[in-house]
Design a protein around this ligand. Structure first.
Ligand code: 5GP
Ligand code: ZN
Length: 112
């Protein structure tokens, strides 16, 4: 999608601090970290949010969860939280599916 911020990050048109990349997904540190470790994992192909996951694209989501487990092991993270916001009320500000991975501090429940 030509006017999508995260599609531009995948394309290298906007610089990012890369954590991991393969043919399916891209992971990079959040520009405004909410924990000592905070990175985002996104599909390279544009999907608007988790609400647009369906039978045709759900293998990408399974792959992303494999990648998160692998990258977190490599980073030595034993406890972390995975978050995906969907829609305005939940706090979604970028309309390209992304999973926040947050670690390195005590977390509260329920989330705010
Ligand atoms: P959302 O609010 O949609 O759940 O998450 C979007 C995230 O993208 C936010 O945590 C925000 O800080 C991050 N973000 C927005 N613009 C950029 C950017 O240009 N670069 C990086 N690395 N992160 C960004
Ligand atoms: Zn996009």
């Amino acid at each position: 999608m030509s006017d999508c911020l995260f599609c531009k990050i995948v394309a290298g048109e906007i610089p990012s601090n890369k954590v991991y990349e393969d043919e399916v997904c891209f992971a990079f540190y959040d520009i405004d970290p909410q924990a000592p470790t905070h990175f985002l994992v996104i599909p390279k192909a544009h999907i608007g949010s988790a609400a647009e996951v369906d039978a045709d694209n759900s293998t990408v989501v399974a792959h992303i969860f494999e990648v998160i487990a692998k990258v977190c092991k490599e980073l030595g993270l034993e406890s972390y939280r995975i978050v995906s916001n969907i829609g305005e009320q939940a706090g979604q500000s970028v309309h390209h599916l992304h999973f926040h991975v947050l670690s390195g501090r005590d977390m509260t429940w329920p989330p705010g």
